[in-house]
Design a protein around this ligand. Structure first.
Ligand code: KG4
Ligand code: ZN
Length: 330
């Protein structure tokens, strides 16, 4: 079975062909990041218009790369929540048209479930597991007993981890979205030189990062001229990664799982990956993380999530709708 995955929830227009044995035949991502960078953030109307221009060529490229035509696809999976509604509907219109014309199943995918399954594009899926999903808009800790069985056990109470990276990067003039650039600069820094706070929370699996951005702003405003940007970046990386790792470990222990997964754009972060790997090794958990190109938004993860959803819930109707918000309920 070959699935076409389509993703247009934010600022990436993506299409992919994935086989039911999880082999990725093609994964095309057309990023709009350079265009939104001039405004310092995503402009929803501009994102939607660019998806309109790009969605068909990107789908065609995914088919060409996989060496198949529309007649080679057996089902279409498309992100329908959460995301920018004007952006989501573009991918959904394309998916519905293909499903209707080809008379093949249509399946709506939760973008976060896409991130959840992304480590399984390159490793054997394992359940039960604890999944940390860290992206620009979300920071969630999920317990999953089996495919499509999700229980949200913790989340950020304010900013997402990616937001904390991006806001600091902006403050330091590193562009938008600055997570990767900040991490690059952090390589030359010493994380012990600048003290940044860790949030004290009364719940065991939640996160909070909004205090960090205030602390960084205060530091920048009061620090002597010529302070070390690399040291500040390195300190920020640790201040974000440490609670992510310790609370994920606590979740894995409490829920008695053998496997931990980390996914979403921030899972590309070098420091988070290495701290998580050491903690899992020390505590005896298997760790699965996506390959770097499947950390950020892509459609291969949407196709795989669509396959699981088809097995458990069957196809959706053409009245499938777009939603700005999405939770883990089915
Ligand atoms: O998953 P994603 O592509 O989009 C959302 O669904 O939000 O995640 C994008 C986020 C951005 O905040 C970006 O700065 C962050 O992932 N990011 C990183 C790195 N690469 C991307 N953050 C830290 N270190 C990185 N290497
Ligand atoms: Zn995402």
């Amino acid at each position: 079975m070959l699935l076409l995955g389509i993703e247009t929830s934010c600022d990436e227009t993506a299409a992919a062909i994935v086989r039911d044995d999880r082999a990725v035949l093609s994964s095309i991502v057309a990023s709009q990041v350079d265009i939104h960078a001039q405004w310092g953030g995503i402009v929803p109307e501009a994102a939607a218009r660019m998806h309109v221009e790009r969605v068909n060529p990107v789908i065609q490229q995914a088919l060409d790369t996989a060496g198949i035509g529309f007649d080679g696809i057996d089902a279409v999976a498309v992100t329908h929540r959460p995301g920018l509604v004007g952006a989501l509907v573009v991918g959904m219109a394309a998916a519905k048209a293909i499903s209707f014309a080809r008379k093949i199943p249509l399946v709506g995918v939760n973008h976060l479930a896409g991130h959840f399954y992304s480590p399984f594009l390159s490793a054997e899926p394992r359940f039960p597991c604890i999944a940390l999903i860290v992206s620009g808009g979300h920071t969630e800790l999920v317990y999953s007993k089996a495919p499509e069985k999700f229980q949200l056990i913790g989340q950020t109470l304010d900013d997402a981890a990616g937001e904390a990276f991006d806001k600091t990067a902006r403050l330091l003039g590193l562009g938008y979205p600055g997570g990767a650039a900040l991490s690059e600069l952090a390589k030359q820094g010493d994380s012990t030189q600048i003290k940044l706070p860790r949030a004290k929370l009364s719940t065991p699996f939640d996160f909070s990062f909004s205090g960090l951005k205030t602390a960084v702003l205060r530091y920048v405003q009061s620090a002597p001229k010529g302070f070390s940007k690399p040291d500040l970046c390195a300190a920020l990386e640790m201040a974000i990664a440490e609670p992510l790792v310790s609370r994920t470990m606590a979740g894995a222990e409490t829920y008695g799982v053998g496997t931990v997964t980390v996914s979403g754009g921030v899972s590309a972060n070098r420091t988070l990956r290495s701290l998580m790997a050491s903690a899992c090794e020390q505590n005896g958990f298997e760790l699965l993380m996506p390959e770097p190109h499947y950390c950020t938004d892509n459609a291969a993860m949407i196709a795989l999530a669509g396959w699981y959803r088809l097995q458990t819930h069957g196809p959706d109707d053409f009245d499938l709708d777009a939603y700005a918000y999405g939770d883990w309920s089915s």
